[in-house]
Design a protein around this ligand. Sequence first.
Ligand code: SAH
Ligand code: SF4
Ligand code: F3S
Length: 471
Amino acid sequence: MTETLVPQAAEAGPAPAKRLFIKTYGCQMNVYDSERMADVLRPLGYATTEAVEDADFVILNTCHIREKAAEKVYSELGKMRELKDAKDGAMTIAVAGCVAQAEGEEIMRRQPAVDLVVGPQAYHQLPELLTRTARARGERIGADFAPVDKFDALPATRGTTGPTAFLTVQEGCDKFCTFCVVPYTRGAEWSRPLAAVLDEARALADRGVREVTLLGQNVNAYDGERADGKKATLAELAYALAEIPGLDRIRYTTSHPNDMSDDLIAAHGDLDALMPYLHLPVQSGSDRILRLMNRKHGRQKYFDLIERIRAARPDMAMSGDFIVGFPGETERDFEDTLDLVRQVNYASAFSFMYSPRPGTPAAGMGAQVAPEVSKDRLHRLQALLLEQQVAFNAAQAGRTLNVLFEKKGRHGRQAIGRSPYLQSVHVDDADHLIGKIVPVHIVSGQQNSLTGKLIAPVPSPRDLGVSVLGA
Ligand code: SAH
Ligand code: SF4
Ligand code: F3S
């Protein structure tokens, strides 16, 4: 697909510059989608801006996962309306993402300043929608599209720059955990064909991307079609990606324990490019709550999995998601969660207070836990997880870790990169190394980052890919 890599300016043609502002909420898939919306709109003459007040077109890419996330959208829209009024209406406002999918009509009703609502499978329709909006407001589009339409219609060229990139390989969820809206907002599980993913990855590598994070609501359930009509697994995809020159690091998120297959675990043992960091949410350590959540596995299965994963890759850094205060959760159930956390020992993790979501089975369950009780449990769980994170980071002191430098830091010539375990690493006098993977001596580990020092001698120009006459 390299022949499609024409310069942006040529692709955009002589169209006048219009400004696009996108605000992204929620998960990494929304981050990917926002980039792709910018890609779709670029040929229409839209360039992205960081300044919302300058924007001709504003997109809020929203998240419906918890009540707070969804409600934020309405207050943000209130602010956008004021801006639009101040510009005498010369601003188009679109709501995209999972709130758009879940409550499109309500958005239109509650905020008349919104011009269009577009669900996650319909982003490729944005150019057409924009033209139509010029004539009549109030378009709502979304639910009826399959992801295949979207991915087929998105431009091959991505505007992404920088050494790391997200790449969506799978969308949707068939798991129907009783607390979760995702199966309703993102639809059924669907995987992109292997060749399409590899093409996009090659195009990214050609632009200097060294690390891709494969995205999916259940990414390890990936089963994209191969050229021979059979299905490929995520492990097969990882092996194929590792062959792409320049692509040195592969990550993936989010995985479900029930889809953690043997070949994927084995791949962690023999594929250097597959990074030793795994986000494997368990939600609760109580078998009773796991059953009520419809997670379809118990705590022992999770322990067995972790043991097999660590046998394949002993230094695997584990990450997870937890929900406290699920309906019916007792102190005893919660203690099972603390116990699970102690046994697994996480490098990092996310934890949330249960939020009842409209239309999900758990919202109608009796025995909702009082907010003060949930809050107290959340604090206790977070204190334990933080302790583990701090210890994990501190334990890196004295080691040498390969760091992929991503961007400049705040001080002088400082650069910031990532360790294999996804930790942020700050290194002085390293801004010439952005885009490179370099061994770094770790001096100390703090709560949220590591401090490192370049190992003398600093890599030679040849290591850095700079050609030096006679060298
Ligand atoms: N597919 C992923 C999770 C996607 S949602 C998985 O199965 O693990 C991201 C996280 O949000 C979930 O792991 C869960 O911890 C949290 N979450 C989802 N619904 C929630 C709700 N109703 N209340 C609180 N947290 C929720
Ligand atoms: Fe939601 Fe469960 Fe699907 Fe994850 S697996 S997206 S938590 S329904
Ligand atoms: Fe939120 Fe939708 Fe992602 S609900 S977490 S933006 S899939």
